[in-house]
Design a binder for this molecule. Structure first.
Ligand code: MF3
Ligand code: CO
Length: 237
């Protein structure tokens, strides 16, 4: 899982370097696909429940599961890139939102708060706590900041499969759900909207967009619960 996570991190860091006005989301797809292969991994998304690409590329009001296309990025866009890696039967999953050139202050705030909420959630991935402590930390920070948390997609356990028990919602009261134990592996992934939390899925059967057209951001890490500081497998350090 450490290897799988490291490949996720390397791929996202490399993707950061090519994000610019004029490139298409399919360009990002090809780039990430090749990089994952070069590092000895396999995309965990390609073919997953029929998903047709190696990454998800979700632009502006697209929340998650944007399918790479000929759509070209424009100055001022934000794009969430989500990718999963299977390394020798072990999985990693990570996502990050990138700015395309100069973006609005609202978009900057959305990205910052979403990333902060992920870090606060990770901070609760500590043995002895409860699963929903993670959920609550995320929701509190997001809503205090005047933004909203998507309800219909959640984080998840991860390990020998991309998606395992338990679900990890980004909302809820603290102190509920299973007790966290050392060694549990969780993909924590807040999806945060500038407007309503409600989303709908486009006719392609995958792309989730905000119901009101507002911007959305998505950050995700694969995390191992430990006694002290959680271990973040999808961070380069
Ligand atoms: N990170 C997303 C998730 O864990 C990935 C979607 S899987 C897809 O749900 F392959 F179906 F896109
Ligand atoms: Co995930």
């Amino acid at each position: 899982m450490a290897q799988a996570g490291r490949i996720c991190a390397l791929a996202l860091e490399a993707v950061r370097g090519i994000i610019a006005p004029g490139i298409s989301t399919k360009d990002i797809e090809r780039f990430a696909h090749d990089l994952i292969r070069e590092k000895g991994g396999r995309s965990a998304f390609l073919g997953y429940r029929g998903y047709p690409a190696s990454i998800c590329a979700s632009v502006n009001d697209q929340v998650v599961h944007g399918i790479p296309s000929e759509r070209k990025l424009r100055e001022g866009d934000i794009i969430s890139v989500d990718l999963g890696v299977d390394y020798d039967g072990f999985y990693g999953d990570a996502a990050r939102t990138f700015a395309v050139g100069r973006i609005s202050e609202d978009a900057q705030k959305l990205m910052r708060v979403t990333e902060e909420s992920l870090e606060l959630g990770i901070g609760k991935a500590v043995a002895g706590g409860r699963l929903s402590d993670i959920s609550h930390a995320i929701q509190s920070h997001v809503e205090t900041s005047g933004l909203s948390v998507v309800r219909s997609f959640v984080g998840h356990g991860i390990g020998r499969s991309l998606h395992e028990e338990p679900q990890v919602p980004n909302f809820g009261p603290p102190g509920k759900g299973p007790r966290l134990l050392r060694g549990m592996a969780l993909a924590i992934e807040p999806m945060v909207n500038a407007g309503t939390w409600k989303v709908r899925v486009l006719e392609d059967g995958w792309t989730a967009v905000t119901e009101d057209g507002s911007l959305s951001a998505h950050y995700e890490h694969t995390v191992i619960v430990d006694e002290g500081r959680p271990v973040v497998l999808t961070r380069l350090s």
